[in-house]
Write a protein that binds this ligand. Structure first.
Ligand SMILES: NC(=O)c1ccc[n+]([C@@H]2O[C@H](COP(=O)([O-])OP(=O)(O)OC[C@H]3O[C@@H](n4cnc5c(N)ncnc54)[C@H](O)[C@@H]3O)[C@@H](O)[C@H]2O)c1
Length: 321
């Protein structure tokens, strides 16, 4: 049953991802021992940085779709941060089974391991897309009905529902975090990454999916992680839900202009048109963060500052064009 010494033993699934890597370092800084379970499908071990050499850090390369291969990693854990998932909404639309396997089934295997090893707490990285096309802005946690528009969103919601059922049935505590767009170092997907990659392939033009007016909120990874840790500290039984985002937005067109300017300013911006960029795209996203702010959380960067910083960071990571 958990760890009898009183030491915090965290398992971070997806800990080699862009958000996971920052979380891992923060947990080690808090004195926890950390086991990362990751199959490196979209993550990289470099994302954990210096944590890799930390005496309390352990990396297990395993796939959550295979329950038998992950079970032993959860023995002795006192908390689980379940971040592993397919991060690409469009890929989930093209391959409808993907989010079932990487989302719902993977989450079920994590929950079963948590139950078997009597782990007391699980935190889950859900998404704003569970709200579907909300009619209330900023959208609060109590908004409903929850009718996601994408496979990715459907399986985030299914995972939330299973976590709730496990917490009510087996005495564990769950904290669900619904993220806005999280941006920062080490990203391998998302609008800024996509724009930089497109300009790398063709520096003369930048295609923007949709009319460019899609407006969303962006949160810097380190701010997201400070919200995760506060949610854990204030966790209430059996389950709680927190939005994590900024209460400001940036449009896709504005991000395109910023990326083009950062890359020399000569590319022509071409909008494909239409309110949505792709099937499952949510044209307007703005989460209410009053609930977590009331506990003392404040993001350091607003959406526009986070976007500017992410462009500079990813540009440096991807190298000169
Ligand atoms: N970045 C965002 O804007 C955003 C927004 C909403 C929700 N989220 C969620 O936050 C979490 C982290 O996202 P991220 O941006 O850091 O993505 P990421 O791709 O960088 O991290 C995901 C990690 O999970 C690992 N992984 C995936 N499937 C796995 C499996 N079957 N077994 C083991 N490991 C597996 C990947 O290798 C990767 O290291 C994900 O659950 C994502 O859905 C992210």
């Amino acid at each position: 049953m958990g760890d009898v010494s009183g030491e915090r033993c965290a398992v971070v699934t997806g800990g080699a991802g862009a958000i996971g890597g920052v979380l891992v370092r923060a947990l080690l800084d808090q004195g926890a021992s950390v086991t990362v379970v990751d199959n490196l499908s979209s993550g990289r071990l470099e994302n954990v940085g210096t944590a890799n050499a930390h005496p309390k850090f352990r990396f297990v390369q395993a796939d959550l779709r295979d329950a038998a291969s992950i079970d032993a990693s959860f023995r002795g854990a006192t908390e689980i941060w379940h971040l592993a998932a397919n991060p690409d909404i469009r890929r989930g639309t093209a391959e409808p089974k993907l989010d079932l396997e990487f989302g719902t089934i993977a989450t079920f295997h994590v929950l079963e391991a948590a139950r078997r090893h009597e782990v007391g707490w699980i935190g889950f990285s859900s998404s704003s897309v569970v709200y579907g096309l909300p009619t209330v802005f900023p959208t609060p946690e109590e908004y409903g009905p929850l009718l996601p528009q994408s496979q990715y969103g459907a399986h985030k919601l299914a995972s939330e529902a299973m976590i709730s059922a496990f917490c009510h049935s087996y005495g564990m505590t769950g904290t669900i975090y619904r993220f806005a767009n999280i941006i920062g170092p080490g990203m391998t997907h998302g609008v800024i990454y996509d724009f930089l990659k497109k300009l790398e392939r063709d520096p003369t033009r930048l295609e923007v999916l949709g009319d460019g007016r899609q407006a969303k909120s962006y949160l810097w990874t380190a701010d997201c992680v400070s919200g995760l840790l506060l949610g854990r500290e204030k966790a209430r039984r059996p389950i709680d839900v927190f939005n994590l985002g900024t209460e400001t937005q940036v449009s896709a067109g504005e991000i395109a202009r910023k990326v083009v300017a950062a890359c020399g300013g000569s590319a022509r911006i071409e909008m494909t048109g239409g309110e949505r960029g792709w099937i499952g795209d949510i044209p307007r996203q703005l989460l209410s963060t009053q609930k977590i702010r009331a506990l003392g959380w404040t993001p350091r960067l607003g959406s526009e500052q986070a976007v500017d910083q992410a462009i500079a960071t990813l540009q440096a990571e991807l190298g000169p064009h």
